[in-house]
Design a protein around this ligand. Structure first.
Ligand SMILES: [Zn+2]
Length: 113
Protein backbone atom coordinates (compact mmCIF):
# COMPACT_ATOMS: atom_id res chain seq x y z
CA UNK A 1 0.00 0.00 0.00
CA UNK A 2 1.46 3.33 -1.06
CA UNK A 3 0.09 6.67 0.13
CA UNK A 4 0.25 9.60 -2.25
CA UNK A 5 -0.78 13.20 -1.94
CA UNK A 6 -0.50 16.58 -3.57
CA UNK A 7 1.66 19.24 -1.94
CA UNK A 8 -1.05 20.74 0.27
CA UNK A 9 -2.56 17.35 1.16
CA UNK A 10 -6.07 18.09 -0.09
CA UNK A 11 -5.91 15.36 -2.75
CA UNK A 12 -4.84 12.04 -1.25
CA UNK A 13 -5.01 8.50 -2.56
CA UNK A 14 -3.50 5.11 -2.01
CA UNK A 15 -2.52 2.45 -4.50
CA UNK A 16 -2.34 -1.21 -3.55
CA UNK A 17 1.28 -1.68 -4.65
CA UNK A 18 4.29 0.38 -5.65
CA UNK A 19 4.74 0.59 -9.43
CA UNK A 20 7.34 -1.58 -11.16
CA UNK A 21 7.61 0.98 -13.96
CA UNK A 22 6.90 4.67 -14.32
CA UNK A 23 6.45 6.45 -17.63
CA UNK A 24 8.23 9.77 -18.10
CA UNK A 25 5.87 10.70 -20.93
CA UNK A 26 7.31 13.28 -23.28
CA UNK A 27 4.09 14.28 -25.01
CA UNK A 28 3.44 18.00 -25.33
CA UNK A 29 1.40 18.06 -22.12
CA UNK A 30 3.20 15.66 -19.78
CA UNK A 31 6.65 17.07 -20.43
CA UNK A 32 5.31 20.41 -19.27
CA UNK A 33 3.72 18.85 -16.20
CA UNK A 34 6.90 16.92 -15.40
CA UNK A 35 4.65 14.00 -14.55
CA UNK A 36 5.85 10.43 -14.23
CA UNK A 37 2.87 8.14 -14.65
CA UNK A 38 2.06 4.74 -13.29
CA UNK A 39 -0.97 3.00 -14.69
CA UNK A 40 -3.51 1.17 -12.59
CA UNK A 41 -6.97 -0.27 -12.90
CA UNK A 42 -9.20 2.34 -11.23
CA UNK A 43 -10.25 -0.23 -8.62
CA UNK A 44 -6.65 -0.22 -7.31
CA UNK A 45 -6.63 3.52 -6.63
CA UNK A 46 -8.47 4.60 -3.50
CA UNK A 47 -9.10 8.31 -3.03
CA UNK A 48 -9.54 9.63 0.50
CA UNK A 49 -13.21 10.12 1.38
CA UNK A 50 -12.59 13.78 2.18
CA UNK A 51 -10.49 14.29 -0.93
CA UNK A 52 -10.35 17.93 -1.97
CA UNK A 53 -11.65 19.19 -5.29
CA UNK A 54 -9.68 18.97 -8.49
CA UNK A 55 -9.71 21.07 -11.62
CA UNK A 56 -9.70 19.26 -14.95
CA UNK A 57 -7.84 19.94 -18.16
CA UNK A 58 -8.64 18.17 -21.41
CA UNK A 59 -7.09 18.50 -24.82
CA UNK A 60 -6.93 16.86 -28.22
CA UNK A 61 -9.61 14.23 -28.60
CA UNK A 62 -10.77 15.05 -25.05
CA UNK A 63 -10.85 11.42 -23.97
CA UNK A 64 -8.79 11.96 -20.81
CA UNK A 65 -9.32 14.22 -17.82
CA UNK A 66 -6.11 15.52 -16.29
CA UNK A 67 -6.79 16.34 -12.66
CA UNK A 68 -4.90 18.85 -10.58
CA UNK A 69 -5.47 19.93 -7.00
CA UNK A 70 -7.70 23.02 -6.93
CA UNK A 71 -5.63 24.40 -4.07
CA UNK A 72 -1.92 23.72 -4.72
CA UNK A 73 -2.08 22.89 -8.43
CA UNK A 74 -0.22 19.56 -8.36
CA UNK A 75 -1.20 17.28 -11.24
CA UNK A 76 -2.35 14.17 -9.43
CA UNK A 77 -3.93 11.76 -11.93
CA UNK A 78 -5.79 11.27 -15.14
CA UNK A 79 -8.94 9.31 -15.84
CA UNK A 80 -10.67 8.39 -19.03
CA UNK A 81 -13.94 10.15 -19.77
CA UNK A 82 -15.18 6.65 -20.61
CA UNK A 83 -15.37 5.27 -17.07
CA UNK A 84 -15.38 1.72 -18.46
CA UNK A 85 -11.79 2.15 -19.61
CA UNK A 86 -9.81 -0.22 -17.37
CA UNK A 87 -6.84 2.05 -16.80
CA UNK A 88 -6.01 5.35 -15.19
CA UNK A 89 -2.76 7.18 -14.61
CA UNK A 90 -1.45 8.38 -11.28
CA UNK A 91 1.37 10.87 -11.09
CA UNK A 92 4.06 9.04 -9.15
CA UNK A 93 5.57 12.42 -8.25
CA UNK A 94 2.85 12.43 -5.56
CA UNK A 95 4.32 9.28 -3.97
CA UNK A 96 7.16 9.24 -1.46
CA UNK A 97 10.47 8.82 -3.31
CA UNK A 98 11.31 5.64 -1.41
CA UNK A 99 8.23 3.98 -2.92
CA UNK A 100 9.83 4.43 -6.35
CA UNK A 101 13.36 3.33 -5.52
CA UNK A 102 13.03 0.06 -7.46
CA UNK A 103 10.84 1.33 -10.32
CA UNK A 104 12.22 1.45 -13.84
CA UNK A 105 11.77 4.80 -15.57
CA UNK A 106 10.59 4.50 -19.17
CA UNK A 107 10.30 6.99 -21.98
CA UNK A 108 8.65 5.83 -25.18
CA UNK A 109 8.94 2.29 -23.86
CA UNK A 110 12.72 2.45 -23.30
CA UNK A 111 14.37 2.46 -19.90
CA UNK A 112 16.04 5.79 -19.17
CA UNK A 113 16.85 5.31 -15.49
ZN1 LIG B 1 -3.09 20.28 -3.10
Amino acid sequence: MIDASCHCGAVRFTVDAAPDEVNDCDCSLCRRYGARWAYYHPSRVDFAPDCGPTDIYMWGARRLEFHRCASCGCVTHWRAVDRDRPMMGVNTRMMPPEALADARVLRNGEAID
